[in-house]
Design a protein around this ligand. Structure first.
Ligand SMILES: Cc1ncc(C[n+]2csc(CCOP(=O)(O)OP(=O)(O)O)c2C)c(N)n1
Ligand SMILES: [Mg+2]
Length: 787
């Protein structure tokens, strides 16, 4: 390792800057008043509720001041991701020191009054959260739920060749599934066209009350592990500040120079061989520079430093320890009388947009450009008449997405993500114009792998796809995640966190809106013909609709033209999470493109061509939502119309699920009047639904006619069986739907009873047929809507 990277003066000033950041951190956790300690500390200066996390903070402050130095030295375009985002005081304090905080929040000024506000607002009612939350400039990652920092970092640098993301990974965080898998991201980075991620593993040895695994394996094992993941780790280890400053500065210079060399090799010499990117392992005490021993217990360098180490309100003797601790940073050397950071220290921060708190990449909406969109109508499925057989809705969408990728290949701001499923979800057309980005070895017979490509689907990790896509969106680009419906649950909590981020940022005027997070779930519950029960789970939308109505949208297009229209809308939308569920298997098509556009624009409507209640009140409303339920409903309607021609039947199709919620609860929700117009105030509604039936009840429980809504959907019955039998097992098939209708319409009388008996027999016939032949009866397979 080189020595003397830092001149004595620089070292001295950097140490002072670090002390200033540490002072601000402790001040944020504790101080109600007396921000510059101009008078002796009293209990009245201390907040009543002491909340926050000290342990990780001094290490992150140390990292931040060192990153500032390399940004200045190498003119880096760099942002900071705080994996252990509970170190909020570090990012808040540092963005305050560099000036960005006061530019965004002028009230928190760079003087004594501002300091007091900075301290007071932290973890205080009406103030700011204790994490690297959306309110904090420069943050794209709150780090509340641990695990996603490294995937976010990689998402941010794809197609951002000049960006370096410094990503602090907690050693506890490193034990999570998402983080453990994210080390492999380096096999997907193109050194010529993407930027670089500099992981800094913060090995402070502890989590909340336990040691970390990585801190308790042998040094050699850790080094081998990281090398095995393809990284070159540089260890910076110790606790003596002067030595640590020098070691960190030297390691960072080495890392940055290696990154530059790798990029030079790739960009100037055309060498795209997968590089071993550098990373740093910072081994430093948890709660570094904090109280050493409290109540006879060692604190610094142990798990006890994790949160708030001193409690003067309940332990008066801690007051003196707190004052000593704060004064140990020598605030009078750091801030002038007015509370301004001394100029020789302020100089250490980068200027303008080079400050990590002001970097536009961390406010991605500022960089967001609209996608160039092909006209989705040009990709329409041909629907000469309702019921014409289609090739599979996702297969129709493929060429549209292909051309979105093509049209935006120069802008380099659109990507498709998936866990090895782009082909199996029916989006093969993408590979006509682009490749799967992959920078590990290839062998003959691999397909579509290349160092650069718009598709990132070669890693079987839903966490990774979600994290990459989120990072990509948060830095101002666009994308879509295609996934099996059953396994999208793997990222439920990641979706939660992203939706929370969107909700909070939507109300921060300085944060610009970003592109929506789009899910395409094309391998859905009803068509898992060769996978069976494990692959049958439509519950993701139950989870999604818990989130703020202003953020979530759920679409179930009944056919390919509706899917095209919906996806066009989703790709142009901002700041939502859009969930789109549509199949990939050949299936009947219902609407010509012009009708599909109208239907999707409204989101719900009566299909007049399938109804016979024109001009009169219907006897029954047959509602459907989802491609398979739509098919079964129309088949049921045709049986009813043939056998009970006097019945007046209205068919309602739902594309936009949130139309069902009351207007007051979701911006898409129908007014009660409009809902009653469609679903009547008093007639039976037989509702065939794609997912678990109770979701429909949940959404409609306050509607006038709710008591008459009878929902069929997935009820956890499934196995490997025929497509139609899946619906039979869950009572969603046409025969059950007809029987349900007859049960609710006594006026069908003897004719109804006779039909019901006939259909019961049909169900037995069906079962015998599939057991014998292993496929659905010809009358099911060849059924066509006759109109
Ligand atoms: C997924 C997840 N599980 C559990 C927690 C609760 N938690 C908060 S901090 C923490 C320990 C973190 O340890 P580490 O990553 O080493 O951070 P540091 O030591 O820097 O504080 C835990 C378990 C969490 N925030 N996220
Ligand atoms: Mg730790």
């Amino acid at each position: 390792m080189k020595t003397n990277t830092l001149t004595p003066e620089l070292l001295h000033n950097m140490d002072a800057y670090w002390r200033a950041a540490n002072y601000l951190s402790v001040g944020q956790i504790y101080l109600y008043d007396n921000p510059l300690l101009k008078r002796p500390l009293t209990l009245a200066d201390i907040k009543h509720m002491l909340l926050g996390h000290w342990g990780t903070t001094p290490g992150q402050n140390f990292i931040y001041v060192h990153l500032n130095r390399v940004i200045l030295k190498y003119d880096l375009d760099m942002i900071y991701i705080s994996g252990p985002g509970h170190g909020g005081p570090a990012v808040v304090g540092n963005t305050y020191l560099e000036g960005t905080y006061s530019e965004i929040y002028p009230d928190v000024s760079q003087d004594e009054t501002g300091l007091q506000k900075l301290f007071l607002q932290f973890s205080f009612p009406g103030g700011i959260p204790s994490h690297a939350s959306p309110e904090c400039p420069g943050s794209i990652h709150e780090g509340g739920e641990l695990g996603y920092s490294l995937s976010h970092a990689f998402g941010a640098v794809f197609d951002n060749p000049d960006l370096v993301v410094a990503c602090v990974v907690g050693d506890g965080e490193a034990e999570t599934g998402p983080l453990a898998t994210a080390w492999h991201s380096n096999k997907f980075l193109n050194p010529a066209t993407d930027g670089a991620v500099l992981p800094i593993l913060h090995l402070n040895g502890y989590k909340i009350s336990n040691p970390t695994v990585l801190a308790r394996i042998e040094h050699e094992e850790l080094e081998q592990l990281l090398r095995g993941y393809g990284w070159t780790p540089y260890f910076v280890e110790g606790h003596e500040p002067a030595l640590m400053h020098e070691a960190m500065a030297s390691a960072l210079d080495t890392a940055v120079e290696q990154i530059k060399l790798i990029q030079h090799d790739a960009r100037i010499r055309g060498d795209l061989t997968r590089p071993r990117w550098p990373m740093i392992v910072l081994v430093s005490p948890k709660g570094w520079t904090g109280p050493m021993v409290v109540d006879d217990h060692q604190v610094e360098g142990t798990f006890r430093a994790h949160q708030v180490p001193l409690h003067p309100n309940t332990h008066p003797e801690h007051l003196k320890l707190l004052e000593d601790w704060l004064r140990s940073y020598r605030p009078e050397d750091l801030f002038d009388e007015q509370g301004r950071l001394k100029p020789e220290l302020a100089e250490l921060a980068p200027k303008g947009e080079r400050r990590m708190g002001a970097n536009p990449h961390a406010n991605g909406g500022m960089l967001l450009r609209d996608l160039r969109m092909p006209d989705f109508r040009d990709y329409a499925a041909d629907v000469p008449e309702p019921g014409a057989l289609g090739i599979g809705d996702a297969h129709v969408l493929g060429p549209f997405l292909r051309d979105v990728a093509k049209l935006n290949s120069e802008q380099r701001n659109f990507r498709v993500f998936g866990p090895d499923e782009t082909l199996s979800n029916g989006l093969e057309a993408l590979f006509e114009v682009t490749q799967r980005q992959w920078n590990a070895r290839t062998v003959p017979n691999d397909e579509f792998l290349a160092p650069a490509g718009r598709v990132l689907d070669s890693m079987l990790s839903e966490h990774q796809c979600e994290g990459w896509l989120e990072g990509y969106l948060l830095t101002g680009r666009h994308g879509i995640f295609n996934c099996y419906e059953a396994f999208i649950h793997i990222i439920n909590s990641m979706f939660n966190q992203h939706a929370k981020w969107l909700k909070v940022t939507a109300h921060l005027p300085w944060r610009r809106k970003i592109a929506s997070l789009n899910y395409l779930l094309a391998s859905h519950v009803w068509r898992q013909d060769h996978n069976g029960f494990t692959h049958q789970d439509p519950g993701f939308i139950d989870h999604v609709v818990n989130k703020k109505a202003e953020i979530v949208r759920v679409y179930l297009p009944p056919d390919a033209n509706c899917l095209l229209s919906v996806m066009d809308h989703c790709l142009c939308s901002r700041h939502y999470v859009n969930v789109v569920i549509a199949g990939k298997h050949p299936a009947p098509q219902w609407l010509r493109m012009d009708a599909a556009v109208k239907h999707c624009a409204v989101g719900i409507g009566i299909w007049q061509w399938a109804s016979n209640d024109q001009g009169v009140a219907p006897d029954v409303v047959m509602a459907c939502c989802g491609d398979v339920p739509t098919l079964e409903t129309l088949a049921a309607v045709s049986i009813l119309r043939e056998h009970l021609p006097d019945l007046k039947i209205r068919v309602v199709n739902v594309v936009d699920l949130m139309k069902l919620q009351p207007q007051l609860e979701h911006p898409h929700g129908l007014s009660d009047i409009d809902f009653d117009v469609l679903f009547t105030k008093d007639k039976p509604v037989i509702f065939a639904f794609h997912a678990y039936p109770w979701l429909i009840h949940r959404l409609t429980y306050r509607r006038t006619n709710h008591d008459n809504i009878h929902v069929r959907g997935y009820k956890e019955e499934g196995t490997i069986t025929t497509p139609f039998d899946m619906t039979v097992l869950n009572d969603l098939d046409r025969f059950h739907l007809v029987m349900d209708t007859i049960d609710r319409l006594p006026q069908t009388g003897d004719k109804g009873i006779a039909l019901k008996q006939q259909l019961k027999d049909k169900l037995i016939e069906h079962k015998q047929y599939i057991d014998k032949y292993g496929l659905d009866m010809p009358e099911i397979r060849n059924w066509k809507w006759k109109g």
